[in-house]
Write a protein that binds this ligand. Structure first.
Ligand code: CA
Length: 219
């Protein structure tokens, strides 16, 4: 699932964007000031950032400087008629901008276009003899459909997208369940067990002592 950070101090706008992007299948986090935005950018990885320019604490330009080295695509949200702001934003390295007030359909189209440009919309993922279709959310192993629950599917995608990387339980849990990890590993562990069983991946999904899990091997 694609993760989008919305940094916008007008809560009504931020929440409206969030509701619409969530309905399109994105996962969204809102920050209502620049400092909170910076905190999120530091702690989590996002596939795309929607960034307002006029923000309390740290403004959009300053935040952009912060984002640039990480390479996350950015769309600026700018006030109507403020041409110099838009130019400045693009010069500083924003990928696109959208003028407020905007049609939500236009925003979604720009988000999709930018993700596509960055190659972030992968329709298919493969690992060994397992093929994951992100659009129809189906999984095949050696050509046979494997039935997975929503969370099992999301967990599988997370593992495959980070193959050969040790993933912390907290990170996995927060990515897949979309809520703060409270230290209870049972839910995550039981989902891992089921994935191992369903895919016959007892060896592939390694338990990493004191860390979490790592998917090992693959092409
Ligand atoms: Ca603002």
């Amino acid at each position: 699932m694609q993760k989008i950070l919305i940094v916008e101090d007008e809560k009504a706008i931020a929440n409206l964007i969030k509701i619409n992007l969530v309905a399109e299948g994105y996962r969204c986090t809102c920050a209502y000031d620049g400092e909170t935005g910076a905190d999120y950018i530091e702690k989590e990885t996002f596939d795309l950032i929607l960034l307002d320019i006029m923000l309390p604490e740290i403004n959009g330009y300053e935040l952009l400087e912060y984002v640039k080295p990480i390479g996350t695509p950015v769309i600026f949200l700018t006030a109507k008629g403020n041409v110099s702001d838009r130019i400045k934003g693009l010069k500083l390295g924003a990928d696109d901008y959208i003028v407020k007030p905007f049609q939500i359909g236009e925003l979604i189209a720009r988000v999709e276009a930018l993700l596509r440009r960055y190659g972030k919309i992968n329709k298919k993922l493969t690992f060994a003899d397992v093929e994951i279709d992100m659009v129809s959310r189906t999984v095949r192993k050696a050509g046979n459909i494997i039935d997975l629950t929503v969370k099992e599917f999301d967990l599988l995608v997370e593992l495959v997208q980070n193959k050969n990387v040790a993933l912390y339980r907290e990170r996995l849990y927060e990515k897949v369940w979309g809520e703060a990890y409270m230290g209870d590993t049972r839910t995550l562990d039981s989902h891992i067990q089921r994935l191992r069983r369903k895919l016959n991946w007892e060896k592939e999904i390694k338990t990493v002592f004191r860390v979490g899990y790592r998917l090992e091997g693959g092409a």
